[in-house]
Design a protein around this ligand. Structure first.
Ligand code: FAD
Length: 567
């Protein structure tokens, strides 16, 4: 079946939905389709807990956009592009007020203004929040508005490939998950908004199972470079057993991190910011404490304690209700009475589809949100800046797409591309194949966790690259055991695994190549930042045979020049 639209948006998280809303608001005559592999309100944005940054000045009256820019550039370890950061931070106050006007129920101060809490790595308290369910409320608000404006949704459709003819967008090939039929969407403009890829750290990640980087992998195969893939954020406070997230807002509200001697050890690592240092620094400090034997031991592994008890029952119930629920369900601990056992968890992908102000190298293709690298987070993202990224660049892409679509024409998707995709899917069921999805997935998670984690060193990185490449080889023999056509989840898992393996090879290869420490990328063998050699973006492209090639691109500087980063 062939569908035709002016604009096709792949992804119904906050980035995709704001793009859709803004496209129909900018030009009500353009037809807009949103494709999503999960029902829109189950998109990962709904898991965002802590909040969204904007220099509103409701808490710290002297906060400014400039201070927000500075915090973001410093937080990125000077790898962010400053033109993009300027845009992000200058748009933040208006985009948050716009969400408020659209109906997002922000928590409030006594004077009625939007409440703001402290978040890590910032000089002012500017994180706007809806208790600890910020993403959930923003996503629902945007979904309601899209429905009201007549956006067409194709839920439970899976992106298979992005198609272009000599650099002009033609549309996408998808799989209808309910029927397993291949359906094409011809469109002169496509916005990729498919979320992050930190689930490749399968065994310890805060991400939803669906954060498998499908859009990034499709872009890579379509010839669009991926940027800064080595930068994966490990969030300091994942629950000990599951890696599920305890928001930075818990430390923002005053939570302490304690080692087994009862010491607030952050005093030795970030004496000024303490628990509210940037995430890369806090996560590394926790791991160091554990490695040096200062962590707590348990059957479920070593851990650090996050103590909220001194905040009091009322504050915990009002401001951190979800954290209390998650701690009780997944650790059997009520934070009102006991500290929460936590350990760093793979959380966010700073790298992604190379895009300048949301535009990619293919004409008519935009990329926004966590799947993209525009790049505002550089080597380390500040908490609260990702929801902002999806709103600001989602909105911008939607507006530009609506202006561009009427000027462009899609010739259509070549039948050969569709047939090739059908052949690939059929080949998975070949009875001569024998490799199992679950086994390769577990080994991928372990290879990444053991070798490409918080602390990195050449020998382990080489092992990581070799293991991931070997798994990609074994994937050629993967077998689809379920040959049904109705909601074939086994097929979807295999398609997702292929994407994760391609992206994991990019992460491991770029991590091995970057011989310095910057932000989340810490090399034990190169512990210093090396601006002379490495103040540069990494690029990955993929050859036809699947080999990953490396390239580089300069960082766009602005008013803030390189400085030593301390907190
Ligand atoms: C637990 C947690 C808490 C967080 N808290 C915060 C916070 O407080 N503040 C903050 O700023 N950031 C936070 N973040 C980060 C932030 O939530 C995400 O970066 C952001 O929501 C990503 O939004 P998105 O629109 O890019 O993608 P997502 O919300 O992940 O949506 C991706 C969409 O793409 C679709 N999709 C994916 N693959 C396919 C495919 N093959 N075919 C079709 N559709 C596809 C999915 O169905 C989905 O609709 C948090 C992250 C986590 C994991």
């Amino acid at each position: 079946m062939e569908h035709k639209f002016d604009i096709v948006i792949v992804g119904a998280g906050g980035g995709g939905l704001f793009a859709a809303l803004e496209a129909v608001r900018t030009n009500p005559r353009v037809s807009v389709a949103v494709i999503s592999k999960v029902y829109p309100t189950r998109s990962h944005t709904s898991a965002a807990q802590g909040g969204v940054n904007a220099a509103l000045g409701n808490k710290d009256r002297d906060d400014t956009v400039d201070l927000h820019v500075f915090d973001t550039v410093k937080g990125s370890d000077y790898l962010a592009d400053q033109d993009a950061v300027d845009y992000l931070c200058s748009q933040a106050p208006s985009v948050v007020r716009e969400l408020e006007n659209l109906g997002a129920p922000f928590s409030r101060f006594a004077d009625g203004t939007i409440a703001q809490r402290p978040f890590g790595g910032t000089v002012k308290d500017r994180c706007c929040y809806c208790a600890d369910k910020t993403g959930h409320t923003l996503l629902h608000t945007l979904f309601e508005q899209c429905l009201r404006r007549g956006v067409t949704f194709f839920n439970e459709y899976f992106l298979l490939s992005l198609e272009h003819a000599d650099g002009d967008c033609q549309g996408v090939i998808t799989l209808n998950m309910a029927t397993s039929a291949i359906e094409t969407f011809v469109a002169p403009v496509v916005i990729l908004a498919t979320g992050g890829h930190a689930k490749m750290y399968w065994n310890r990640s805060s991400n939803a199972a669906g954060n498998t980087g499908d859009g990034q992998a499709a872009a890579l195969r379509a010839g669009i470079p991926l940027k800064d893939m080595e930068f994966i954020q490990f969030h300091p406070t994942g629950l000990r057993k599951s890696g599920l997230l305890v928001t930075e807002g818990a430390r923002g509200e005053g939570g302490y991190l304690l080692n087994r001697h009862g010491e607030r050890f952050m005093v030795r690592y970030a004496p000024q910011k303490m628990e509210l240092g940037p995430r890369d620094l806090v996560a590394r400090s926790m791991e160091t404490e554990i490695i040096e034997g200062n962590g707590f031991e348990s059957d479920a592994g070593s851990y650090i304690e996050l103590d909220l008890r001194h905040l009091g029952a009322e504050a915990i119930k009002k401001k951190l209700p979800q954290i209390r629920e998650l701690s009780m369900h997944f650790e059997g601990v009520d934070p009102i009475a006991e500290p929460i056992p936590v350990r760093p968890t793979a959380h966010y992908s700073m790298g992604g589809i190379d895009a300048h102000m949301a535009k990619t190298a293919v004409r008519g293709v935009f990329a926004v949100g966590e799947c993209a690298c525009v790049s505002v987070h550089g080597a380390n993202r500040l908490g609260g800046n990702s929801l902002l990224d999806i709103l600001v660049f989602g909105k911008r892409a939607g507006q530009e797409a609506a202006e561009e679509a009427p000027r462009r024409r899609a010739l259509g998707i070549p039948p050969g591309a569709v047939a090739g995709m059908a052949d690939e899917i059929r080949s998975y069921a070949n009875p001569e194949r024998y490799e199992r999805y679950g086994i390769i997935r577990e080994e991928m998670g372990k290879a990444m966790g053991d070798n490409v984690g918080i602390y990195r060193v050449e020998e382990r990185l080489r092992t990581g690259v070799e293991e991931i490449l070997a798994l990609r080889e074994r994937f050629r023999r993967i077998r689809l055991f379920d040959t049904g056509t109705v909601y074939n989840t086994n097929l979807i898992q295999i398609l997702e695994l292929k994407n994760m393996l391609d992206l994991a090879s990019c992460v491991a290869i770029t991590a091995l190549a970057r011989q310095e420490s910057r932000g989340s990328h810490y090399r034990e063998d190169f512990p210093r930042r090396d601006d002379g050699a490495w103040h540069i973006h990494s690029l990955c492209t993929m050859e036809r045979d699947g080999e990953v090639r490396l390239g580089h691109k300069p960082v766009t500087m602005g008013k803030y020049s390189l400085e030593t980063r301390s907190y």
